[in-house]
Design a protein around this ligand. Sequence first.
Ligand code: SAM
Length: 212
Amino acid sequence: MRYNVIKDAQKIIDNSTYLVKDPQSYKNRWASLFGNNNPICLELGMGRGSFIIEMARLHPNVNYVGLELDKSQTATAVKMVGNKKINNLKMICGDAKDIINFFGKEIDTIYLTFSEPWPKKQDEKKRFTHESYLKLYDRIFRKNKHIILKTDNKILFSSALESLSKYWYVFDKVSLDLHNDERNIENVLTDFEKQYFKEHRKIYYLDASFKN
Ligand SMILES: C[S@@+](CC[C@H](N)C(=O)[O-])C[C@H]1O[C@@H](n2cnc3c(N)ncnc32)[C@H](O)[C@@H]1O
């Protein structure tokens, strides 16, 4: 899928009420920002934001934060929300590496949706399921740990299964073909996934948790 570069991305981001411009200052205060104590779910690498926007719309009693590194993608996500009033949705334009600066122990679920697979051995530390990231997640999960991952990439999926199990996560659901799974797993398509769906590409899925 092509990434569009948006010239005035910074301006669009700056003018959005959904964008949390200084996420560091809300560390341990996201409940007050949302105005409730509902669970908070975080998507890392939300891209154009279709998934997180739709999840927020479907589940008004859950709070959602979409984080994206790229300014043009973030601006597209912000434009996608438009004038809709979704009180349980916030976005951050920032790097997943910095999540411990943005959140205290206040996240209930992390969504990893079609994250960059970094297939080469020398890049495996960059995968969002590498142990170094799992250690960061430990510092922002409220109590129990809960990760939901979707990918079309076999290498990423296999390494996710391996690193999560080494880290004592338990797999509540695993699917090697999410779109044709007989269990009818609840699924909101991301932007990348919409394209893969048309191409009948197999989507790997896991729902893993560690209960303290
Ligand atoms: C393949 S796209 C998937 C986008 C979206 N989740 C979807 O499924 O349509 C991966 C996204 O992750 C973002 N990304 C990559 N590394 C990141 C990082 N370190 N922090 C935040 N976002 C990142 C990219 O900019 C890109 O938008």
